[in-house]
Design a protein around this ligand. Structure first.
Ligand code: FMN
Length: 201
């Protein structure tokens, strides 16, 4: 199965090989590898260096893992049963500059998760982010303060065999990956006008 990005222009090998699998090996992640993922997130950029990200990490079906699993939507629970590490990324809504809601906490936390994801690739692991979980339930069972908002659940582990998935999920696992063209996302002169940087040939 080849899920690598079919790039039009050269990019680094970690980004080429990154994708979001559903089949994971039932194999623990070494703690020294896992800690590097959080270290990469820690060194991410953020507006005003506020570092609004927090992470709740459940490991090898421990109590935290079970709690995170219980918040996942049924469709996500189906393929997460064997995932060794489950994380919830939480963002601090409130800016320490003025005590008001920050305009960047979601952006910053997402960027930290991107760093975590690329470090996972560097450690030979894969990541699959999930919006499909109950933020209300997560806030309740982890007693997350009101100033903080659960943003995504994250599965981390070694990539597994699609044959272990149900037929429906296996089909999705084998689907071709698609992306918009660069001309649809990189503009010049006015919004929507493709940049001349992009060769439209
Ligand atoms: C914020 C966010 C929420 C997502 N939620 C889910 C989800 O609930 N369930 C799921 O299976 N995949 C989820 N995904 C994975 C996306 O479907 C996936 O990243 C997208 O289809 C692109 O595929 P790729 O990551 O393999 O390139 C989510 C990804 C992100 C970034």
């Amino acid at each position: 199965m080849n899920k690598t990005a079919n790039t039009k222009y050269p990019i680094n090998h970690l980004a080429i090989n990154r994708w979001s699998p559903r089949a994971f090996l039932d194999k623990p992640v070494e703690p020294e590898k896992l800690i590097s993922l959080f270290e990469a997130a820690r060194w991410s950029a953020s507006g005003g260096n506020e570092q609004p990200w927090r992470f709740i990490a459940g490991i090898d079906h421990d109590e935290t893992w079970q709690k995170i699993f219980s918040t996942l939507d049924p469709g996500n629970q189906e393929w997460n049963q064997h995932v060794p590490v489950l994380i919830i990324a939480v963002g601090n809504r409130i800016s320490s500059w003025d005590g008001k809601e920050s305009g960047y906490f979601q952006y910053d936390t997402g960027q930290a998760v991107a760093h975590l994801t690329i470090e996972a690739m560097n450690q030979g692991l894969h990541v699959h982010q999930m919006g499909g979980f109950s933020k209300e339930k997560a806030s309740e069972i982890f007693e997350i303060p009101d100033d903080f908002q659960p943003l995504t659940a994250i599965a981390v582990g070694y990539i597994g065999d699609p044959e272990t998935l149900s037929e429906k999920l296996r089909q999705r696992e084998l689907q071709e990956r698609t992306r918009k063209n660069l001309s649809e996302i990189v503009f010049s002169s006015r919004f929507g006008e493709p940049s001349p940087l992009i060769n439209s040939k």
